[in-house]
Design a protein around this ligand. Structure first.
Ligand code: SIN
Ligand code: MN
Length: 206
């Protein structure tokens, strides 16, 4: 079911069937244990994030907040491509929500039981892309998460949205720069064949 939460903010509930969730979970796990493995980023100010991260297509550098072709803040390895299977999921979901995206980068985050993501804006992509309202497409797999979404100012109040495995959130148009974060993971809620933990994939157009 598609729920429009605000102009440009669409929740595609159960967008992915159970078999698709299991297939994508396995793909994420394989990627995260591959030749260019998942790692725990240290961000500006020296704090370590509580999620594991693997970027595809382009690497998000947590020290500069810029995208690059090699992981210069970690091991210097070249960034793996986005598998076409994953890019297709993002394109189709965006279309379902009334948007168009050519995803050329994806940030894959792995949440364990205690991981969180502080409230932030996704604003490190090209200014032209952001101005055009080209969406962020966020795919959730595994354990349920308490996602919070606010307005365009950090001071705006946030509302919780529970995200379960197979849900996709699309944030585009006037909602492209909404503040958002993850306050809690609900351990043990992952469907059979996914989990433990949670993968979230945010597809972006640079
Ligand atoms: C993010 O904003 O980068 C992640 C959102 C989520 O995990 O649902
Ligand atoms: Mn984000």
């Amino acid at each position: 079911m598609n729920v429009t939460l605000a102009d440009g903010l669409v929740l595609l509930q159960s967008r992915l069937a159970a078999a698709e969730q299991r297939e994508l979970w396995l793909l994420c796990r394989t990627l995260s244990e591959g030749a260019v493995p998942m790692y725990t980023p240290t961000v500006r100010g020296g704090r370590k994030m509580s999620v594991g991260m693997l970027c595809l297509g382009k690497h998000w550098n947590g020290l500069t907040y810029q995208y690059e072709d090699r992981r210069s803040d970690f091991d210097g390895l070249a960034v793996p491509e986005i598998p076409p299977r994953l890019a297709n999921v993002a394109r189709a979901a965006a279309e379902d929500a009334g948007f168009t995206i050519q995803p050329d980068l994806c940030i894959m985050n792995y949440y364990s039981d205690s991981s969180k993501m502080g409230v932030h804006q996704d604003k490190d992509e090209r200014p032209e892309t952001i101005a055009a309202g080209i969406p962020i497409v966020s795919v959730s797999l595994g354990d349920e998460a308490r996602f919070v979404v606010g307005g365009l100012s950090r001071r705006d109040p946030t509302s919780p949205v529970m995200l379960t495995s197979g849900d996709v959130v699309v944030m585009g148009g006037p909602s492209r720069l909404r503040y958002h974060g993850v306050t809690r993971i609900l351990p043990g809620t992952a469907p059979h064949g996914t989990g433990p933990g949670r993968f979230n994939l945010t597809f972006r157009q640079w």
